[in-house]
Design a protein around this ligand. Structure first.
Ligand SMILES: Cc1cc2nc3c(=O)[nH]c(=O)nc-3n(C[C@H](O)[C@H](O)[C@H](O)COP(=O)(O)OP(=O)(O)OC[C@H]3O[C@@H](n4cnc5c(N)ncnc54)[C@H](O)[C@@H]3O)c2cc1C
Length: 353
């Protein structure tokens, strides 16, 4: 897995400690993992929907396997060792997410549309698993209601600002994701905009550039040689935006101090000054669900009394309690990669049935 050497503070990352993968959009991880699977002759079965987990009795004894639906009908898969649940979170399950946090009602999601989101988590409940933190639901910048595209120009927090329709900044761009969500949803429009200069725009990869180009085509992203012209295209107050950028560059960055929102000096290092300038909508979309199946540090699934559900493991976004109320940007690595490996190793140590 190749990472770019530069360290930066990513959106919601709280400190400069992020490396961007060389390959965009998760491709790098998938290539490495696919190669490992191929080398070990691990089959991948697609179009197989897990609907139930099989345990000796509904809430006691070993987990024995899963019930699945396939194109050919119902199939039962017996596990020779452990079963590892890695079916992701429930951001795309409107009912479940709104049940636990009504504030996300009517927001879109940046997760893939997933008819099965939450299915496996609930199947685990039916064999005794206990859920934690279900109302900790993260929303991050994406398309506002009624708009199409998730365009991301806010990843590098030291190089971008969020403004509202009046052209005013609304929050410390380096704040926690829940604070940024609350600031955006508190604007009268319930959406904001991200503004960057050309230097920052050029530092993004081709996937970001393609989404901005498509955004410009459908009037959901904008570029212009001056801040005034940019604001006019965005439908934002031009004087407001000019004032904000001027204050940001010549007071905040110059003095290394943000009396408005307390942005840390380490993130006040870059003026937004080299045109052409670029902007996109920054609405809120449901991004990540911190809650899920309660597990111990061996990735074993626990019931409501803290007892292990024998031979059942979980890793990734399907688990709960790893991140607390707010997942720090970049940290899905913990539940996915770190606990994925722990779950795999421990499931592989189970005696063979
Ligand atoms: C746009 C976006 C950008 C992100 N960027 C970052 C980032 O920069 N850094 C970071 O750390 N995290 C990031 N995240 C979060 C991170 O990608 C996720 O938390 C992570 O991918 C979850 O991995 P997972 O393996 O647990 O689940 P997933 O990747 O969601 O995989 C779950 C799989 O299970 C399948 N499945 C679901 N139900 C069933 C069923 N019933 N039967 C069979 N299969 C089923 C799904 O189809 C899916 O293939 C991002 C998320 C999004 C949406």
């Amino acid at each position: 897995m190749e990472f770019q050497p530069r360290v930066f503070q990513m959106f919601g990352g709280l400190y400069p400690r992020a490396h961007q993968p060389v390959e965009p959009k998760g491709k790098g991880y998938i290539q490495v993992l696919l190669k490992a699977l191929k080398e070990r002759n691990v089959p991948i079965r697609t179009n197989v929907r897990v609907t139930e987990i099989i345990r000796e009795t509904p809430v006691s004894g070993d987990v024995r396997g899963v019930r699945c639906e396939t194109k050919e009908g119902v199939r039962w898969i017996r596990a020779r060792q452990g079963v590892v649940l890695a079916a992701g979170g429930f951001s795309a399950n409107k009912y479940l997410r709104e049940l636990h946090d009504p504030r996300v009602k009517n927001l879109g999601t940046d997760n893939l549309p997933n008819q099965t989101a939450g299915d496996v988590m609930m199947a685990a409940v039916r064999v005794g698993a206990y859920l934690v933190g279900m109302d900790f639901i993260q929303s991050t910048p994406g398309a506002p209601a009624g708009k199409k595209m998730k365009i991301i120009l806010n990843t590098k927090v030291a190089e971008s600002i969020y403004v509202d329709k009046r052209g005013s900044r609304i929050v410390d761009e380096g704040a926690r994701r829940d604070q940024i969500r609350d600031a955006v949803l508190a604007t009268p429009e319930r959406y904001a905009y991200t503004v960057v200069d050309n230097e920052t725009y050029e530092s993004y990869n081709s996937a970001v550039h393609s989404s901005v180009e498509e955004g410009i085509r459908i009037n959901e992203a904008w570029t212009a040689p001056t801040i005034r012209e940019l604001a006019q295209k965005m439908g934002v107050d031009p004087e407001g935006l000019e004032k904000t950028i001027d204050r940001y560059n010549n007071v905040l960055v110059k003095n290394q101090k943000d009396p408005d929102f307390g942005k840390a000096p380490r993130n006040l290092t870059k003026r937004i000054e080299k045109g052409p300038f670029w902007a996109c909508y920054t609405g809120m979309t449901v991004h990540h669900t911190m809650g899920g199946i309660n597990c111990n540090t061996k990735a074993q699934v626990l019931d409501w009394q803290g007892n292990v559900v024998p031979r059942l493991y979980a890793a990734g976004e399907i688990t709960g309690g790893i991140h607390g109320t707010n997942r720090v940007g970049g940290n899905a690595f913990l539940d996915c990669m770190v606990y994925g490996q722990i779950a795999g190793i421990n499931a592989g140590k189970e005696r063979r049935a």
